[in-house]
Design a protein around this ligand. Structure first.
Ligand SMILES: C[S@@+](CC[C@H](N)C(=O)[O-])C[C@H]1O[C@@H](n2cnc3c(N)ncnc32)[C@H](O)[C@@H]1O
Ligand code: SF4
Length: 412
C-alpha cells in the first residue's frame, strides 16, 4: 500500500550509492560486498565495470527531484574505483538531480586502497568529506579482524586527510573504529582511543562489535573461540569512550558518532531524522516518504531487478522494520531523540505517551531514558551504551501492541 508523504515532508535531497566491492571480506562484516582480491583496482576490473553499467542504468531511471544536499558513496570499498569511474558517477548525479550549493559529498575509503595522489584526484572531483575505515591501530588486531591494511598505512592515510583539510581541499573526515573486540582489554581500548585522538580526526564513528551470522567471527564464536568482553565490561568501555572524547571536545551526537563542533555528518542525520533519501545499487535501501525499498543483494539479482524495476524508489514492498519502528529506532540513536508530536503527524503512531511511560518505566527510573511532554530520548552516556537493551524492550512491547496506527496505515 502506498502512503502519501505527510504534510510538510519534502522529496529526497540525499542520495546513497552502494559500491559493493572489497579486496577481502573482513571477518566481522556481513555487508553486501563482493571480495575481488588484494590486487584488484577499479580501472582493471571487469566486475567493477559491469556493475557500474547497472548502477548508472539504475540512476538514469530514478525519479527526478530537487538538487541534492548530501551524497554518500559507501560500500564496500568505493575507494577501489578509479578517479575516472568516480567522475562518471558524479557527472551522472549532477546531470540527473544536480547538487545544491555547499552539498556534502562523502566517500568511504579504506586505508590500503589509496595514496596521496589518488586522494588529491578524488578531492578534485568535488568529494569534500572522507570516511576512513581504520578499525584499529594495532597490527595484531587488524590481522585478527581480517583487514588488509596495517597500522602504518592507517596513520599515513590520517596524515594525508589532515593535511588536505588544513589546505582546505577537504571539509571534513571521519575515522571508524570498532570497540569490544575479542580479547580486547580496557587498557588496549584506551590505547586505541589515544592513537585515534593523536590523529585529530574531526569526526569519529565508534562501532560496538556485532557478531553477525554467517561471518568468520560467528563461526569462531560457535566453536567457543571468540572471547568477547562481557556486557558490563562492554558498557564500561562505551562510557569511558564517551568521557574521554567529550573531554577532548567531541560531541556525542548519535549512539556511534562523535564530532568536533560543526563536523557532524549531514548525510547520516538524514537517516536519523526520518527525512527521505534515494538509494541506488546492490543491497541499497531507499527511504522515500514512509516507505523502505531494498534492492537485491547479489549482482545477478540486482541486474535483473534494474531491468525489471528501474525507476522504483518507494511504493515497493516494505523492507526490514515497518516505518514506525524504524522511525523510533533511528530517531533514538540521536542525542535529541524522537519528537513525539512529529511522530503523531506521520499518521503511523496511534499510541499514547502514557504507553511509553509504562513500557519504559524501569529505564526512566534509572535515568537511562528521558520522556518529556515533547520528546523521548536516551540519556548519554548510559542511555547510548544500553541503547540495544532499551530498543529491544521497546520493540518487544510494540510487537505485542496492535494496531499501531489509528488510521490502519501500518505497513508490513
Ligand atoms: C560499510 S563499512 C565501510 C568502510 C570500509 N569498507 C572499510 O571497512 O574500510 C562501515 C563501517 O562499519 C563498521 N562495521 C562493519 N561491520 C561491523 C560489525 N559487524 N560490527 C561493528 N562494526 C562494523 C566498520 O567500522 C566499518 O568501517
Ligand atoms: S568492513 Fe569494509 S572493507 Fe571490510 S568487508 Fe566490510 S565493507 Fe569491506
Amino acid at each position: 500500500m502506498s502512503v502519501p508523504l505527510p504534510a510538510g515532508r519534502r522529496p529526497p535531497r540525499s542520495l546513497y550509492l552502494h559500491i559493493p566491492f572489497c579486496h577481502r571480506r573482513c571477518f566481522y562484516c556481513d555487508f553486501p560486498v563482493v571480495p575481488l582480491g588484494d590486487q584488484a583496482d577499479g580501472s582493471r576490473s571487469q566486475s567493477i565495470a559491469d556493475y557500474l553499467h547497472w548502477l548508472l542504468r539504475d540512476l538514469a531511471a530514478a525519479p527526478a527531484g530537487p538538487p541534492l544536499s548530501t551524497v554518500y558513496i559507501g560500500g564496500g570499498t568505493p575507494s577501489m574505483l578509479s578517479p575516472d569511474q568516480l567522475a562518471q558517477l558524479l557527472a551522472a548525479v549532477r546531470s540527473h538531480w544536480g547538487l545544491a550549493p555547499g552539498a556534502e559529498l562523502t566517500l568511504e575509503m579504506d586505508p590500503a586502497s589509496f595514496d596521496r595522489q589518488r586522494l588529491e584526484a578524488v578531492l578534485a572531483l568535488g568529494i569534500n568529506r572522507v570516511s576512513l575505515g581504520g578499525q584499529s591501530f594495532d597490527n595484531g588486531v587488524l590481522e585478527q579482524l581480517g583487514r588488509r591494511h596495517r597500522a602504518n598505512q592507517l596513520r599515513e592515510a590520517c596524515s594525508w586527510l589532515r593535511q588536505a583539510q588544513q589546505q582546505a581541499l577537504l571539509q571534513s573526515w571521519s575515522l571508524d573504529l570498532i570497540v569490544n573486540l575479542p580479547q580486547q582489554s580496557f587498557e588496549a581500548w584506551d590505547w586505541e582511543l589515544s592513537q585515534a585522538l593523536a590523529q585529530a580526526p574531526p569526526h569519529l564513528s565508534i562501532y560496538d562489535l556485532i557478531v553477525e551470522p554467517g561471518t568468520v567471527f560467528a563461526w569462531r564464536q560457535g566453536r567457543g573461540e571468540l572471547p568477547l568482553p562481557d556486557d558490563d565490561q562492554a558498557a564500561d568501555r562505551l562510557q569511558h569512550t564517551h568521557q574521554r572524547l567529550q573531554a577532548a571536545g567531541y560531541g556525542h551526537y548519535e549512539v556511534s558518532s562523535w564530532a568536533l563542533p560543526g563536523q557532524a555528518s549531514r548525510h547520516n542525520r538524514v537517516y536519523w531524522s526520518g527525512a527521505s533519501w534515494w538509494a541506488l545499487g546492490l543491497g541499497a535501501t531507499s527511504g522515500v516518504g514512509t516507505e523502505r525499498l531494498a534492492r537485491p543483494r547479489t549482482r545477478d539479482a540486482y541486474s535483473e531487478w534494474v531491468q525489471a524495476h528501474a525507476g522504483r524508489q518507494g511504493d515497493g514492498p516494505a523492507a526490514g522494520w515497518p516505518p514506525v519502528e524504524d522511525l523510533l529506532l533511528v530517531g533514538l540513536r540521536r542525542r535529541e531523540g524522537v519528537d513525539l508530536a512529529w511522530l503523531q503527524q506521520t499518521g503511523l503512531w496511534g499510541l499514547e505517551r502514557a504507553w511509553l511511560e509504562r513500557v519504559l518505566a524501569g529505564w526512566i527510573e534509572r535515568g537511562v531514558v528521558e520522556l518529556s511532554a515533547q520528546r523521548l530520548r536516551l540519556v548519554a552516556p548510559e542511555g547510548f551504551s544500553l541503547s540495544n537493551a532499551v530498543l529491544s524492550d521497546l520493540l518487544a512491547a510494540l510487537e505485542r501492541t496492535e494496531p499501531l496506527a489509528p488510521t490502519g496505515a501500518r505497513l508490513g
